[in-house]
Design a protein around this ligand. Sequence first.
Ligand SMILES: O=C(O)CC1=CCC(=O)O1
Length: 96
Amino acid sequence: MLFHVKMTVNLPVDMNPERAASLKADEKALAQRLQHEGKWRHLWRIAGHYANYSVFDVDSVQELHDLLMQLPLYPYMAIEVNALCRHPSSIREDDR
Ligand SMILES: O=C(O)CC1=CCC(=O)O1
């Protein structure tokens, strides 16, 4: 199942810089692991924003939910999720 996810990061302005750097490093490590595993298919910065558009490939809505809640930056993100399905005019064979 494919899901388009928008994540907008809102770190508190008074957050300790070392704490912020640690959260970002942990987020990066998990994001890269999930990309290697094929769960996090796309990760794009939205130009001009501290936000990203991502595509997740998971087995269930519950898996997506659990995965998003594990993200170290989850407490500081606004997350929007949209389920994706095949477009009848798509010529791509690899996105099911
Ligand atoms: O910077 C972001 O958009 C938040 C984020 C998601 C994965 C990651 O490494 O950073």
